[in-house]
Write a protein that binds this ligand. Sequence first.
Ligand SMILES: NC(=O)c1ccc[n+]([C@@H]2O[C@H](COP(=O)([O-])OP(=O)(O)OC[C@H]3O[C@@H](n4cnc5c(N)ncnc54)[C@H](O)[C@@H]3O)[C@@H](O)[C@H]2O)c1
Length: 340
Amino acid sequence: MHIMNLKKINKFVYEIFLNHNLSSKDAKISAKALINAELVGAHTHGLSRLAMYCKRIKKKIINPKAKIKIKKISQSITHIDAKNSIGFVAADIGIKTAIKNAKKTGIGLVAIKNSGHYGLSSYYAEQAIKKNLMVWCFTNAPPAIAPFGAKKSLFGTNPICFGTPTGNKVPFILDTSVSMINRGKIRVAAKLGHKIPLGVALDKFGKATTDAKKALKGVQLPIAGFRGSGLAWMVDIMSGVLTGANHAGKVKDPFDDFTGPQNVGHLFLVLKPGIFVGKNYIKRIKENIKIIKKLPKIKGVQEILYPGQGMSARYKQNLKKGIVVPKNILEDLIKLHAVI
Ligand SMILES: NC(=O)c1ccc[n+]([C@@H]2O[C@H](COP(=O)([O-])OP(=O)(O)OC[C@H]3O[C@@H](n4cnc5c(N)ncnc54)[C@H](O)[C@@H]3O)[C@@H](O)[C@H]2O)c1
């Protein structure tokens, strides 16, 4: 285990992306998104994925110099063809465009096709919230969850993300996979030989398993049974069917399938929160959170947290502590850094 300060790790990852033919601007965008995942404690979406992105660039299924096409449909709506760019860059353009549209008209909708895995939805949501806007982010992922009633996995862990300013420093950001746990956690457990909790996955015979490797070959379970399956389906429609991206189980697994680009879809919806209640919005949301936080608590709970509070606390801590790089990941990074 090695602890690197933020500046050093940022520069290192930036140089790795440069070595893999990203422009300086795009390398900066990608390094920042990846390091942010480490800062918020989402290690499964941070440095551990860097080798995968680089491998996909080397195999020419991520285009580091993609000529991303931006088509303005109206003052509020934009359609982006990412042309198989790295997901971070397409998503960065997407959220910035949605913010710009929302500032102009009150609402900004951006659909992106032909993209790749973009990391954490919350990272993009935060950008809109910083501009005092409300935001929804959707993206589809490779097959992991069996649709309710089916034996075979087809839906991704398809995260749903909603964020809003709260009138205090910590925004409300609900950013959740629709699977019992995210797939990255199962991958890491498989790599380290750790068990996964019971009730999150079935093996390929449909039997509950705590063996991560068997879970990866079987199916992950959605949150709340058919309700979670329905939410995964909704995200597949919004991110895939609507945008023009792959859907219905066709998004390729970034780790295991190098037969072509992933063609992931993203959908960003950004809104001025005051469109109905004007300046009162912040007063109203403050009141909403205050009422909920004051509820009597169950035993063992010190504070009722709203989504996003934990992430913000981890970010602050890690900012001070630096980025912890496990030995095997450090070895990968050094190899990637040396490749020109
Ligand atoms: N790009 C992709 O294909 C993809 C796929 C799946 C997940 N992801 C990302 O992975 C990340 C992790 O997803 P996850 O499902 O593991 O998230 P998680 O289970 O860690 O958290 C889900 C949500 O619950 C909230 N939360 C957690 N504990 C809470 C508490 N005690 N009280 C109130 N709220 C609480 C969190 O703030 C978060 O908004 C997300 O950022 C997601 O966007 C990306």
